[in-house]
Design a protein around this ligand. Structure first.
Ligand code: GDP
Ligand code: IMO
Ligand code: MG
Length: 423
């Protein structure tokens, strides 16, 4: 049985957590393959609402193995807290496996992340989540990172941690920033290591064993296409490959095992943080979408920037990810709008193009060319079939599918598990 991969096709927060929860009804294993606590994946089950940062969103289905893969950057203190909270809410966290090859995030990474953001000039700020993601991936590439395996070797972990903390403290001192209290930080790390050590293993072996046994595996992407370090709106991106290919390197799965790629796509567009966003709506129109969609960051609480659906960016995204099946989310958020706009091309300095420009600067200069469609002006949240959808909603979705050149397989009309139907 082929491995399925689910990714965000826009700027993150498309509803990946919800979709993973829906799709894991008949899945044996869910694998996170990149990112870290910058992710905030919301799952609503009845009256219970959960926001997951590192734990895979398969945790709500009993018996599903939840793997945090080698491509993930793991804040051990945050992971311990997240697992303890889930356990306190009655969930079985013994199904979690943490890759011995994952990279660890410590307080000094978070401090540096925040320091860099504060020190950056206007126009250079990325608007990161300040969770230490960039500095941790930089340490990985610099080959000075500390890995999951070290959680099982407390003495080595302490030595490496203190060496790194001292080096970072020198940097902080040079920048005139307060130094970290290494002893106090170590105590937190030690407690996290004691808690997490039993969960650490070579998850590449478990994932490939599951593949051999014909188990059904779903890889859970974090962030979204336009935050990908290679393909996104660089430098306004995260520091990992958020696209489908990342599942191979970030989980240790050979390309030939990958089957269906699910692309989660909001029926409009949002972005948190800095960087170009051609279809962004400012003022009252943007605020209306933000309120209707509850568009505030699940991790940082920041208001998300909102705008119309961008078919130019989304088609490119479906191409890079090789999306087989689309899950369109938050259709209900558009219920009350009299008319909707779809961006079908960009006007860049008077030249009209339906292709993504080659550089982030050109994208920043792009003015959207819109096609207008009538709204449906009635609630869709209670709808459970394609046939029941108002005709204008069906037409809107069909037009999206046509423009992005992918098939719609699932429509989501509310945050809960049940507010979802297959097409
Ligand atoms: P993720 O990061 O991709 O998992 O998405 P987030 O959890 O950050 O943001 C998606 C938000 O939209 C969450 O608050 C979800 O509960 C909510 N949500 C997901 N699908 C729908 C939907 O179809 N309709 C509405 N109204 N909310 C949804
Ligand atoms: P999920 O998985 C939306 C954004 C940040 C910032 C940029 C870099 O919930 O969709 P980072 O902290 O990664 O160095 O920040 O990426 N960002 C996200 N935006 N959803 C996310 O995750 C994000 N994770 C990071 O706002 O612009
Ligand atoms: Mg999110």
């Amino acid at each position: 049985m082929a491995v399925e991969v689910l990714v965000g096709t826009q700027w993150g927060d498309e509803g990946k957590g919800k979709l993973i929860d829906v799709l894991t009804r008949d899945v044996d294993m869910v694998v996170r393959f990149q990112g870290g606590t910058n992710a905030g994946h919301t799952v609503e089950i009845g009256r219970d609402k959960y926001i997951l940062h590192l734990v895979p969103s398969g945790i709500f289905r009993p018996g599903v193995t939840c793997v945090i893969g080698n491509g993930v950057v793991v804040d051990p203190v945050a992971l311990k807290a997240e697992m303890e909270e889930l356990a306190a809410r009655g969930l079985d966290v013994s199904v979690i496996e943490l890759s011995s090859k994952s990279q660890l995030i410590f307080q000094y990474h978070k401090e540096l992340d925040a320091l860099k953001e504060t020190a950056s000039a206007a126009g250079r700020k990325i608007g990161t989540t300040k969770r230490g993601i960039g500095p941790a991936y930089a340490d990985k590439a610099n080959r000075i990172g500390i890995r999951g395996a070290e959680l099982q070797q407390p003495e080595k972990l302490e030595r490496l941690f203190r060496e790194q903390a001292a080096a970072y403290n020198k940097l902080f001192a040079q920048a005139g920033a307060p130094e970290l209290d290494t002893d106090a930080e170590w105590l937190k790390v030690k407690a996290a290591a004691d808690y997490l050590a039993p969960f650490v293993k070579d998850t590449v072996l478990s994932v490939n064993r599951a593949i051999r046994e014909g188990k059904k595996i779903l890889c859970e992407g974090a962030q979204g296409m336009w935050l990908d370090i290679d393909h996104g709106t660089y430098p306004f991106v995260t520091s990992s490959n958020t696209t489908a290919g990342g599942a191979c390197t970030g989980a240790g799965i050979a390309p030939r095992h990958i089957g269906t790629v699910w692309g989660v796509m909001k029926a409009y567009t949002t972005r948190v943080g800095e960087g170009p966003f051609p279809t962004e709506l400012s003022g009252a129109a943007g605020e209306k979408l933000r309120q209707a969609g509850g568009e505030f960051g699940a991790t940082t609480g920041r208001p998300r920037r909102c705008g119309w659906f961008d078919a130019v960016a989304s088609r490119y995204s479906c191409m890079v990810n090789g999306v087989d099946k689309l899950a369109i989310t938050k259709l209900d958020v558009l219920d009350a709008l009299p008319e909707l706009k779809l961006c079908t091309a960009y006007d860049i300095g008077g030249e009209i193009t339906a292709d993504m420009p080659a550089s982030t600067d050109l994208l920043a200069a792009a003015r959207p060319v819109y096609e207008t469609m009538p709204g449906w002006n009635c609630p869709t949240t209670g709808i459970h079939t394609w046939a029941e959808l108002p005709e204008n909603a069906r037409k809107y979705l069909q037009r999206i599918a046509e423009l992005v050149e992918a098939e719609i397989a699932i429509v989501s009309v509310g945050p809960e598990r049940e507010q979802t139907f297959c097409v």
